[in-house]
Design a protein around this ligand. Structure first.
Ligand SMILES: Nc1ncnc2c1ncn2[C@@H]1O[C@H](COP(=O)(O)OP(=O)(O)O)[C@@H](O)[C@H]1O
Ligand SMILES: [Mg+2]
Length: 259
């Protein structure tokens, strides 16, 4: 990473001097070449197939906040806290210390959490109570992750209650003034409620050409952000995600596939 910062910024600093928005860095290296940041306190949804980098994006969003001295909370509904922390520690060896020092607060709604209800399914009251208990103890929380909404829906004894749980969580995080990053599985053919209600929508995907698969990052919608629609190349490396323009060397492949 690092080399991406040689890219020329695609937005003008002057235009943002008069902006009354507080811009935050979501932690993706190189994204500041394309946008000034995202507005603090907004709701962000990242969607993509398995293995596209959603969880790493969520972790990087948390790590950025911790580095800035913020209070952060990670709600995991799919992976157990153990694997989440293992992934983070692979990326940043100092992460275990952040966990030990309680800088990385994790709320376990995954399959290995213990619940009052049977068969590891939870009802909406219990799911919300678990999250609210932690948030209630943290009045100054700045960043919240919910990874993933799809697993949260599956964990509910009555899946039809998902909409209520989702809207309640969104409302609570907004009221706290925290920026929330949520993940969901797949990119739907037609947008659904999760996509319409958020302020920013990120797609992580692969561009497939024969045996060559390129990871891509697409900022699909972004309220109040001057956005030039484009597909960026996504890299997942030893220390996390970074984005850059599609390199010239890959462009012939892309154009060929369009013909
Ligand atoms: N330490 C690492 N170094 C490099 N690449 C990694 C590392 N950890 C995970 N990856 C890659 O990142 C991919 C995305 O992982 P993840 O964020 O868990 O995907 P998702 O949450 O979208 O299913 C993995 O499938 C793997 O290819
Ligand atoms: Mg994941």
């Amino acid at each position: 990473m690092g080399k991406k910062h040689e890219n020329k910024k695609q937005w003008s600093e002057q235009d943002f001097e008069r902006s009354n928005i507080e811009w935050i860095d979501i932690g993706v290296e190189g994204l500041d070449t394309f946008i000034p940041g995202l507005p603090q306190g907004d709701a962000i949804l990242v969607r993509g197939e398995p293995g596209t980098g959603k969880t790493i994006l969520c972790l990087q969003f948390m790590k950025k906040g911790i580095d800035l001295g913020e209070t952060v909370v990670y709600v995991t509904t799919e992976e157990t806290p153990k694997t989440i922390i293992r992934t983070a520690t692979e990326l940043w060896p100092e992460f275990q210390k952040l966990v030990d020092d309680k800088r990385f607060i994790i709320v376990n709604l995954s399959i290995n959490a213990s619940y009052a209800s049977t068969y590891s399914l939870i009802n909406k009251e219990e799911a919300l109570a678990i999250v609210m208990r932690t948030l209630g103890d943290l009045p100054d929380v700045k960043r919240i992750v919910i990874d993933s909404l799809s697993a949260l829906k599956r964990r509910l004894a009555d899946e039809s209650e998902f909409r209520e749980v989702y809207m309640k969580l969104l409302l609570e995080t907004k009221e706290k003034g925290a920026t929330v990053l949520m993940s969901a599985e797949g990119i739907p053919m037609t947008p659904d409620i999760t996509e319409y209600l958020v302020d920013h929508l990120i797609y992580l995907d692969y561009h497939k050409h024969d045996v060559l698969w390129t990871r891509v990052f697409i900022l699909r919608k972004s309220r109040s952000v001057p956005l030039k629609p484009q597909i960026l190349k996504l890299n997942i490396e030893r220390n996390g995600l970074s984005v850059e323009e599609i390199p010239i060397s890959l462009k012939p492949v892309w154009f060929q596939t369009k013909m």
